[in-house]
Design a protein around this ligand. Structure first.
Ligand SMILES: *Cc1c(COP(=O)(O)O)cnc(C)c1O
Length: 404
């Protein structure tokens, strides 16, 4: 580890940290109204498969600008349902960004598909449409694009990139797990791709503990995903009870990916506060951007024109070559200063499972790999205080100054 000249002030080398308690990089927020909503659900007749499922789905669809939403029990299940609904199977290739949580690619593998990693734009870290065009073949069955950090991809460019004369249209799945509340040219995340997948994990914009949602404008895809989340059963228990019938049939292999009414009660209550939460995330991001505008070593991600960014993450690329520091040292020094920085993500194709199963290796996506050496996620969540934010800026300044 490089030893800076003014090292002694850094907590990493025994100095006093900027803060004693560690500020996390993300945190959920639960209100009294959320607790009351969950308590009401617990006292109702339905703990699962009850009326709150459809109510939550309708409210979510509205926010996502989509005709239909299907609630499932994780963001991973949402991605799996999307890949299933598009009919991906053995021999099919699905193009995916490596700069994501592994679940985006795992969902392809669950259905026997082959993930084909397409490199990212070096400034936005969004999947590059030119790379998608380069990796599209006659076996390409779908594209999974990640709205990295909360900024929607350029879906029009991706659609054009995957077009091949005489070949069937390649559907696009948005992994919108970072992007609830984001917009592109006024259109909300959830309405930009054939299917969009969201996560309701506590670090995301709204939470149900664990949970996920898929949105689509295609009623056939929505129906397939509803069947898939319920073991592949082709009629639901409400229909059966209305028809006084015990008959159900497994039409295709599905899973139990159902979200509970208890969770939907929480989701409905959380959803009412989404606009103010996005606004607060944008305020924090703007304050970071102002603070780092004059710091050459800290480069926030580039913004696409005319997007509303949901800022699930605030990612910067650390350019440290000039000051004899490196990202690992910056990371460790900030953690010791009490700042819960993180790294999102290890490029998926570098994980041992992918190397073994798909023979992927370093060099496959050089821009994602180079970005991985530089990226750092700074704390961002709605209940962060002005003091918390000032601590992050102070700690970054302190560490860089020690090396300059
Ligand atoms: C959170 C996340 C997921 C998975 O969501 P879970 O709800 O944890 O299963 C998938 N993709 C991305 C990009 C995510 O951030």
């Amino acid at each position: 580890m490089p030893q800076p000249l003014k090292a002694a002030q850094l907590a990493l080398f025994g100095g006093t940290p900027v803060r004693r308690d560690r500020l996390p990089y993300g945190h959920h927020e639960i209100s009294d109204a959320d607790v009351d909503a969950v308590a009401r659900a617990l006292r109702s007749d339905w703990l699962t498969s009850g009326p709150l499922i459809a109510e939550f789905e309708a409210a979510f669809a509205k926010v996502a600008g989509a005709p239909d939403a299907v609630a499932v029990n994780s963001g991973t299940a949402a991605l799996h349902a999307a890949i299933f609904a598009l009919g991906v199977g053995p021999g099919d290739e699905v193009i995916v960004s490596p700069m994501t949580f592994a679940a985006s690619a795992n969902a392809i593998v669950y259905q026997g598909g082959t993930p084909v990693f397409a490199d990212v734009d070096p400034d936005t870290l969004l999947i590059d449409p030119d790379e998608v065009a380069r990796k599209t073949t006659s076996r390409t069955r779908a594209i999974v694009a990640i709205d990295y950090a909360g900024q929607p991809c350029d879906y029009a460019a991706l659609r054009a990139a995957a077009e091949r004369p005489g070949a069937p249209r390649v559907p696009i799945v948005a992994d919108a797990c970072h992007a609830l509340g984001a917009r592109d040219h006024g259109r909300p995340a959830g309405s930009l791709a054939d299917i969009s997948a969201f996560s309701l994990h506590p670090v995301k914009h709204i939470t149900t503990g664990e949970g996920g949602v898929v949105t689509t404008a295609d009623p056939a895809l929505a129906a397939r995903m509803r069947t898939f989340r319920n073991h592949g059963i082709s009629s639901d228990h409400h229909q059966r009870s209305a028809q006084a019938s015990w008959l159900y049939e497994i039409d295709e292999l599905g899973y139990n990916y159902r979200l509970t009414d208890i969770q939907c009660a929480l989701g409905l209550s959380q959803l009412t506060r989404l606009p103010e939460r996005i606004a607060r995330r944008q305020e924090i991001a703007a304050a970071y951007s102002r603070a780092f505008a004059s710091v050459p070593e800290i480069r926030p991600l580039a913004l696409r024109p005319d997007v509303v960014h949901a800022y699930h993450l605030f990612v910067v690329q650390a350019e440290l070559a000039g000051i004899g520091c490196d990202r690992q040292t910056l990371f460790a020094a900030l953690r010791r200063e009490g700042i819960g920085v993180n790294v999102h993500y290890i490029p998926v194709h570098l994980h041992p499972f992918y190397r073994r199963r798909f023979r992927t290796a370093p060099g496959l996506c050089p821009r994602a790999e180079a970005a991985y050496e530089r990226i750092l996620s700074l704390p961002i969540f709605p209940s962060m205080s002005a003091r918390d934010l000032a601590d992050v800026v102070e700690a970054v300044g302190k560490v860089l100054a020690a090396f300059r």
